[in-house]
Write a protein that binds this ligand. Structure first.
Ligand SMILES: *Cc1c(COP(=O)(O)O)cnc(C)c1O
Length: 327
């Protein structure tokens, strides 16, 4: 096995994405801080290009392609933010991108990916294997496959958000990020261990999809069925091999929250902080609220991972919660 990436690789990634990725704002809420008796610093990747941190990893990975790889292009399989991140990064770097997406992916996501110049190849998620389709395309057309999280350049790019956060606000007592395949958490952990070594680092999953928690606590990779949760950015079945190795070394714990807690946080971000955050982007805050007794008086970093939720879906989720509360 090749050596795991280090913080130096995150620093190199930060240099590559500078001027291309937004340096997103760090926002705070007095109301929230009073409620929790702590100080929370939100790194707002919902304001990143294409609406999520995934641009960082995708751009870093593509900018390391050799001239030959660039000439042939990239292939990725994803129905979500990674697809758009790859398509946009490829366009900026002047290469072609093929994105393998399920036929029944939301029309808006397919359109957004095409809008960034990506060639979309559709497949049937019930009868076809997207990884196989991706690999065959890579082979037949000489494309380079970039996976969504289990790749050193991808996860080091994701770690640049935490690097910016800590450089801006100083050392933290705790850091929270969502956890799907682990690219964001492992990159965040590399940056946090280097810049704020005493901070506790937590990954947060939906209760229904706690494969990462089982893997972390049990010490070996656990695979689960695709979880049912509104947090569609983390419906992964298992962590990556590289990400799991880093998470085991660097992270303090993996915790879970319910979908109802995510909806509460979406509502809080919208009404109090005037921000549209996708359900997955709420995982960090939901965990901080659940664990608040442990963090009184402390300084806490939270990565808001993305803001891509269509308005009708947002209203549906917030509306249901409102009705339930009234009942
Ligand atoms: C991809 C994604 C995640 C999870 O990131 P991993 O690197 O797979 O753990 C979390 N939030 C959003 C918005 C995402 O797009």
């Amino acid at each position: 096995m090749t050596a795991l990436p280090t913080y130096d690789d995150v620093v190199a990634a930060a240099r590559r994405i500078e001027g291309h990725a937004h340096r997103t704002p760090v926002l705070t809420s007095r109301t929230l801080d009073e409620m929790l008796g702590a100080q929370v610093f939100f790194k707002c990747e919902n304001f990143q290009r294409m609406g999520a941190f995934k641009f960082r990893g995708a751009f870093n990975a593509l900018s390391r392609f050799t001239p030959e790889q660039r000439a042939r292009g990239v292939v990725a399989f994803s129905s979500g933010n990674h697809a758009q991140a790859i398509a946009l990064s490829a366009r900026i770097l002047g290469m072609s991108a093929v994105i393998v997406m399920p036929k029944d992916a939301p029309a808006a996501k397919i359109a957004a990916t095409r809008g960034y110049g990506g060639e979309v190849v559709l497949f049937d998620r019930y009868t076809e294997d997207r990884e196989q389709i991706g690999r065959e395309l890579a082979e037949s057309r000489g494309l380079t496959l970039i996976p969504p999280y289990d790749h050193a350049d991808v996860l080091c790019g994701q770690g640049t958000a935490a690097k910016e956060l800590i450089e801006e606000v100083g050392a933290l007592d705790a850091m929270f990020t969502p956890l799907g395949g682990g690219g964001l958490l492992s990159g965040t952990a590399l940056a946090t261990r280097a810049l704020s070594p005493a901070a506790k680092i937590y990954g947060v999953e939906p209760e229904a999809g706690n494969d990462g928690q089982q893997s972390f606590r049990g010490g070996q990779l656990v695979r689960i069925d695709t979880p049912r949760t509104i947090a569609d950015g983390v419906q992964t079945q298992q962590l990556g091999h590289i990400t799991f190795a880093l998470i085991r070394q660097l992270v303090d714990d993996v915790v879970t929250v319910s979908d109802a807690e995510l909806v509460d946080c979406m509502s809080f971000f919208a009404s109090r902080m005037k921000m549209l955050v996708e359900p997955t982007g709420c995982l960090g805050l939901a965990a901080v609220k659940r664990m608040k007794d442990q963090f009184r008086g402390q300084r806490i970093g939270v990565v808001i991972s993305g803001g891509n939720v269509d308005l009708a879906r947002f209203c549906e989720l917030i509306g249901e919660a409102g009705t339930q509360r009234a009942a």
